[in-house]
Structures are given as C-alpha cells and as structure tokens.
Ligand binder design. Sequence first.
Ligand code: PLP
Length: 388
Amino acid sequence: MAERQMGRSTRAVHAGDPPREAGGPVVTPIHQTSTFFSAPGGGGEVRYTRYGNNPTQVALESRMCALEEAEACLAVGSGMAAISTALLACLGAGDHILAADALYGGTRVLLENELSRLGVTSTYVDFQKGGWEDQIQESTRVLLIEIPTNPLLRVPDISSIAEIGHSRGLQVVVDATFATPMNCRPLEHGADLVVHSATKYLGGHSDLTAGIVCGGERLIGEARRRARSFGPALDPHAAWLLERGIKTLAVRMDRHNANGMEVSRWCERHPAIARVNYPGLPTHPDHKIAKDLLNGFGGMMALELRDGAAADSFVNALRLAKMAPSLGGVETLVSEPRFTSHAAMTADERSAAGMPDGFVRFSLGIEDAEDIIADIQQALESGTRESA
Ligand code: PLP
C-alpha cells in the first residue's frame, strides 16, 4: 500500500525531525560550529557551515522541501540572499530578466543597481496591462514575480505566466514570502524556483533573518554552488530558530488569514478610508484569481486614507500596532512604504504605482481581531480630533 502523505500542518511539525532513537533528541540540535572533523586521509563529504551542509541547516531544508513539495532546498542568510542566489543560479552576463512591475523595493534595487553592473538587464511588465509574451527578448532567461505583491497585494496568475515562460525555455522564479507554503505553493503551478524571505512569516517572530530557495535538484544545485562562492550562509542558530518557527506556521497562518479578512472588512466600511487593498475582498482587482490560487488571503493589508496628509498622525496614534518596516511576525506592524520599501521612488511615481500619500501598510499579527480593529478605530478618531 502506498504510504499516506501527511498533512501540511503535520509536515511543518515533523518533516526533518532527528531520527527516532532511544536517548536521542526530539528537537533538532543546534550544531553551532563552523567546521567538522574530516575523515582521516580524506574521503567523505567535507562539512563546513558556509557550504550549507551543517546538520541544522540540512534539517531545516528538508522541512521546507516537505512543505513546498520540492526536490531540493537551499537555506541562506536573508530573503535578499535567497533572491540574488536564485537569480544567479539562472543567469549569466548579458542575460535579461522580465519582472512584474510590482516588486519588493529591495528586489528592484538588486536588479537596477547590482545585477545591471554584471551585465544583466531587466525590464518590467505593467501589472494592469499584462503582455508578458510580447516583452520577452532574445536574451531573456527569467520571469520574476511575487505572490501577493508588496505592498499592493496584487496576485499574478502563476500558471499562465509559467506556461508562457516554459514555451520559450525560460525559468520562472516566484517570491512567495507573503503567501508562505500554507497559502500558495508556486511549484505546483509551474514555477521553477520559489523563494522566501524567511525573516517574515516562516520565522514568524521578528527575531531572525533568513532566506529559502526551493525547486528542482538541478537549479538548486546551481544555487548551492553560487552560495558556496558568494557566501550568504545561514548561521546555525538562526537555522534552528527558523525550524522552530516553521513548526507553528500552519496555526499562525490560519490566524493571520482570519484577522486579514476581519480587519479588512471593517476598514472597508470606514468613511475615513478611501481604499483597502486585500485580496480576500471582492473589491480587490485580483480577487477571482486569488480565490483560485490561494488557500488563504494572508495577513498583509494596505489602506489608503482619504486624507493623504493624515497618514503620519494616524500611524503615530496607533498603540497596539508597532511602526516597523518588516512583516510576518506575531505582532501587528505598520509602515508607510514611502519611507521604507519604496523610498527610492518620487511621490508621483508612487502615486502612479497605486501608493499615493496616505497609503499605509499593515502586517496584521495574531492578536485578537477586535483589539486590532479598536486600535485602528481610535487612531482614525484621534486624527479627526486633531484636525477638528
Ligand atoms: N521579498 C519580499 C516580498 C520582502 O518583503 C522582503 C523584505 O521585506 C524581501 C524579499 C527581503 O527579505 P530580507 O529582508 O529577509 O532580506
């Protein structure tokens, strides 16, 4: 009889566990060592933490493989390390990246300022208009997207983009940081590599920096070779913390999904809020595709205040939500992308991209939804009091 596949919550808790043996540890030990004894006279695998084969790193990678249903995984020191290593696994000098125009600001900087110096060019497909097929060049090697996008929460149709890419022999790379494998598994929809900033939901407690790349053996092998030379290794203690965080990913994401829906619905009805960007709302431009692709709509939500000038006082008046640029932790965080991820753009560019002044991003935590709503309500009302 074929062995029954365990559910994803069970895999999050157990995949990659240490072997079950009397006297052995139940939890993966932290191998806080850079180096390991070699076999006398050579032979055998050379273990070295920069090589990514420290047993604590390896245990984490097998847990992620089980969640993404991937052949292979590479864990590295940050989300940006994951993105750059994934791209360098697919690209060489003179190659071209075709990316969605809605991208995390740091990724955009990597493409524009760093990969460009290595002779890699990038152009962007307008999310509204589409047209991936027409913009593929002779030198294009990679199609790059995020699901959902930061901070507008747009949801690309991974399958149709992957189909276009594969018909032209291209690699499709998807940053699924906001979705996590609980809400979407891009490899199931045809992506070649899925990357995560594990600093966010996978770790889940705003206490570590890490990145994950999952995909087929061949491409992950390429990524591993790049990582050995460029050296973005994940520290064993952070690998251990991340593995521990992943064990509760399923229950955390259930709460993030529930809070996302409840808080967004409330915000949508408030007269001081002009727009709520949340893919679970029927008013979101990608709601239909989001319903097909996502198991849950996540904990990220962005608001547009009717009074653009009130954003700073609103954010300052929040008491529960902490102002901080990151996301995906158990605590609610709030940020204004004009000061963080999209600070490099002008106000007009941001407005044209759907982020006018008054645009505020929330990473909704796992607190009680009523408390998050009460906090937003009091902050909106305190703004009204000030201007009265
Ligand atoms: N990808 C997305 C979607 C992000 O939001 C971020 C950071 O905010 C990153 C990648 C980069 O991750 P890290 O800060 O772990 O390098």
